[in-house]
Write a protein of this length. Structure first.
Length: 358
């Protein structure tokens, strides 16, 4: 079954038995476009169109755009092909090259962070093919009698923020699952009077081993490392949650922090229920993410709720979806084969050396 019954009521209306069945949606449907000629970083595109004024909220260049040579888009079922793709986003380097490699493999994260006017243009009245080939949402006349096309793009800052958010939350989840108390104590901080719980999330590899909240904040400011911090819960802020915490405990506050971050992302990047027809033209319930970023956080959501299980490969160290695998799974099949070949070669090499010894 692709979905399961979790409530079943029977009541009568005018002598007729009526059954109400409520189902928990287990299946999802998601396809996402990827430009056939890849993407590039545009340093000269102007956000908001030709005549928009820049503000503090305007995303700064460079912007990720489809290349001008793009002729079509490939649509793939990303979630089926990569059930643990959100872990790859978390592992993506924050460099232009690292982000570009991810985009070239899977596409942009959203439909577009901002409306941009790229540098490509052509004279007014020109009938030939436009010098850009990727999707242009509309045309507008600009300065000097030239017409410009508007496209959607994503800034480098946007990509870096989303990668950090996924990386920090995934690392926190891993510490929580493994009950790594030392690591969790760096994230969760109780106030001295015990009336509130604060949190600090950052790229911990950038910091030396610091435990005290004051030391961590001082080091973050000194190294200018990006971080997020704030009040998690107190008697006056999410008091019903705070009442569940035991003074000094870090496990339950950490679980609530994971819950809060995933919920916030799913609110920003929507995953909506949809009715779709199956191959027999029957209506079935699906969850439908509205962007690649929504799909990635939905994958994380399923892992956090136990619908899917992840485990790191003991050979390559990458995450793998082990939901349908045996309980003692430890490595990818291809990694196991490579390891087997490596050991065989090492053994044969040692044997040859031994036979040649005087």
């Amino acid at each position: 079954m692709r979905f399961k019954r979790y409530k079943h009521y029977i009541y009568r209306y005018k002598g007729v038995a009526i059954t109400d069945q409520y189902f928990e949606v287990e299946q999802s449907f998601f396809i996402w476009p990827r430009a056939d000629r890849g993407y590039y970083w545009d340093e000269q595109a102007r956000p908001g169109g030709l005549f928009a004024e820049r503000t503090e909220l305007t995303p700064m260049p460079p912007y990720l755009l489809e290349t001008p040579e793009t002729t079509e888009f490939y649509y793939t079922k990303v979630m089926e092909k990569e059930p643990a793709l959100f872990t790859k986003l978390a592992d993506t380097p924050l460099t232009k090259e690292g982000i570009l490699a991810f985009a070239n493999a899977y596409g942009k994260l959203t439909r577009g962070e901002a409306v941009l006017t790229p540098r490509y243009s052509y004279p007014k009245g020109q009938k030939d093919e436009k010098p850009w080939k990727h999707g242009v949402l509309g045309l507008r006349e600009g300065e000097g009698g030239r017409t410009y096309g508007e496209v959607f793009g994503e800034s480098l800052g946007f990509w870096r923020r989303e990668i950090r958010d996924m990386r920090c939350t995934l690392k926190l989840w891993g510490w929580l699952v493994n009950q790594n108390m030392v690591a969790l104590e760096r994230v969760i901080h109780w106030s001295k009077d015990g009336h509130g719980v604060n949190y600090v999330l950052t790229d911990w590899e950038m910091l030396p081993e610091a435990k005290a909240a004051d030391d961590i904040m001082d080091q973050l400011k000194a190294t200018q490392t990006p971080f997020s911090a704030g009040l998690l819960a107190s008697k006056d802020h999410h008091g019903e949650i705070f009442a569940r915490f035991k003074p000094g405990d870090v496990l339950l506050p950490a679980r609530y922090l994971v819950q809060s971050r995933i919920n916030k992302k799913l609110q920003e990047h929507l995953v909506r229920p949809r009715l779709l027809m199956n191959e027999r033209n029957q209506l079935e319930p699906y969850f439908y993410p509205e962007s690649l970023l929504a799909a990635l956080w939905y994958q994380f959501f399923r892992v956090a709720t136990g619908k899917n299980q992840l485990r790191r490969c003991s050979v390559c160290g990458l995450w793998a979806d082990v939901t349908e695998k045996r309980k003692n799974w430890s490595r990818h099949k291809e990694c196991a084969n490579r390891e087997r070949v490596r050991r065989s070669r090492a053994k044969n090499s040692g044997h040859k050396l031994a036979t040649r010894a005087p």
